[in-house]
Design a protein around this ligand. Structure first.
Ligand SMILES: Nc1ncnc2c1ncn2[C@@H]1O[C@H](COP(=O)(O)OP(=O)(O)OP(=O)(O)O)[C@@H](O)[C@H]1O
Length: 231
């Protein structure tokens, strides 16, 4: 089953084309690394899938059923997003962020508490639950943001630079959780500038260049393709 279908996606801001005719699919349980130089359009693509960035044309469909243009609320319930920079609300504590996520993904209270306990321990955030974002370090804010996205069982996780700002222990732990999710059938799209870091978990890649899709394929073909094209 296709978890995500992106078809003929165009994104434009004023007269600048940020994404041009992007089409690809993501299968169930597959992990796709989105690669490309600075400014290639990786974050724009993620934000457009999330509906944060408006598209000019094209279709984005989750699970062959939920069209971004037609059932946006249902569509969004199937995705969780970790942006490159934490986007937390200054008036909510860490715990209140987790509760908000639990509510918006209609999680059962007991399940939410169990998962919060597990991830807070794993990310060494004990004692920080009642803190507001301004009194957390940048890495701690990133951990709070990461936990929010890990709480619900969504079919698609979108992660902009998964390991940015995390210490080595948090990176190891996060990798462990991602692997648990993948085994359960979660699909992931992640951006990275360090393909070596994600070679363990990614099975496909999509390469963007100047807003266009330059190559896509199996991660095992990545080096051959990039060597051949000199990228
Ligand atoms: N709000 C905006 N208004 C105008 N141009 C924008 C806007 N956001 C991004 N861009 C432009 O879109 C292009 C793609 O940016 P994007 O952030 O998607 O790149 P990226 O591949 O994620 O880069 P990086 O690896 O540096 O994170 C860049 O040329 C950028 O200047």
């Amino acid at each position: 089953m296709n978890i995500l279908d992106v078809d003929g996606l165009n994104v434009q801001i004023k007269s600048t084309k940020l994404l041009e005719n992007i089409s690809f699919t993501i299968k169930k349980g597959s992990v796709t690394a989105l690669v490309g130089h600075n400014g290639a359009g990786k974050s724009t693509l993620m934000k457009t899938i999330m509906g944060i960035q408006e598209k000019e044309s094209g279709e984005i469909i989750i699970r062959e059923k939920y069209n971004q243009d037609k059932n946006f609320l249902e569509y969004k319930q199937h995705i969780a997003f970790i942006p490159e920079e934490p986007l937390l609300m200054s008036e909510l504590t860490a715990m209140q962020h987790f509760q908000l996520y639990g509510k918006s993904y209609q999680m059962e209270e007991k399940e939410l508490i169990n998962r919060v306990e597990k991830y807070v321990k794993g990310f060494e955030l004990e004692g920080k639950l009642d803190e507001y974002p301004e009194s957390l370090s940048k890495g701690m804010r990133q951990k709070v943001q990461t936990i929010c996205a890990m709480l619900p069982d969504v079919p698609l996780l979108i992660i902009d630079e998964p390991f940015m700002g995390l210490d080595i222990y948090a990176v190891d732990y996060f990798e462990e959780i991602l692997k648990e999710k993948i085994v359960k059938g979660t699909s992931i799209i992640l951006t990275t500038h360090q393909l070596d870091r994600v070679k363990d978990i990614a099975d496909h890649f999509i390469m963007l260049q100047d807003g266009k899709l330059l190559h896509k394929g199996l991660i095992t073909e990545f080096e051959t393709i990039t060597r051949r094209s000199g990228k």
